[in-house]
Design a protein around this ligand. Structure first.
Ligand code: 2AM
Length: 180
């Protein structure tokens, strides 16, 4: 249908094996912090959140994005934490290990392209993370006893999120071509 706005975001989407290992982390995190575990099919690392977008603009962006080559590398999720504000608990690359170069470069190139198409880059720094829990309670996330999770993403996608029966329903609008 042509009507109805949707929320758009670009994300790295994990393979099935990585989803399994993220879910093991999520269960451990829930034991510490409570809250609600993300459904496995919704786990991802957001690169760019575009917010509410009309359907025709989404279609145009999807057509563009299918031509945006991206290079992907590997990372290690070894940190579990939370941000101030939203009650989420996430897995992310450890800050002690410094920035993940290819991931920051990917974020930059994606936003450069988006800016050429009229979207505005967020003011804050990129905080790469995979949300594991929502509505989490207090709990010491540093106590999480889960092994570091090596991940070599192979899919970078543009996704539309639509609310459906109180749950976010995700649809992949475009897969970006991955170059070596
Ligand atoms: P989060 O996991 O940290 O909540 C879809 O909503 C994706 O876009 C989520 O991964 C979410 O991050 C991310 N996102 C980034 N900024 C957002 C915002 N202002 N509102 C909702 N989601 C946002």
């Amino acid at each position: 249908s042509s009507g109805g706005a949707m929320r758009l975001f670009f994300a790295l989407w994990p393979d099935a094996g990585t989803v399994d290992r993220l879910m093991a982390w999520a269960r451990e995190a829930q034991a510490l912090c409570g809250g609600r575990i993300m459904r496995p099919e919704t786990l991802h690392m957001t690169l760019a959140f575009l917010g509410e977008t009309p359907a025709d603009a989404a279609r145009d962006l999807a057509r563009e994005a299918r031509g945006w080559n991206v290079s992907l590398g590997s990372l290690v999720l070894s940190d579990c934490g939370r941000f101030k504000g939203p009650r989420i608990v996430w897995a992310g690359p450890s800050l002690a290990e410094g920035r993940v170069g290819w991931l920051d470069a990917l974020y930059d190139s994606l936003w450069s392209r988006l800016e050429q198409h009229g979207w505005s880059r967020p003011a804050g720094a990129f905080r790469p993370h995979v949300t594991l829990l929502r509505n989490a309670g207090p709990g010491e996330t540093s106590l999480l006893d889960a092994p570091p999770l090596a991940w070599s993403p192979t899919r970078c996608v543009l996704v539309a999120s639509r609310p459906q029966k109180g749950m976010a329903h995700y649809e992949v609008l475009a897969s970006l071509p991955v170059s070596a």
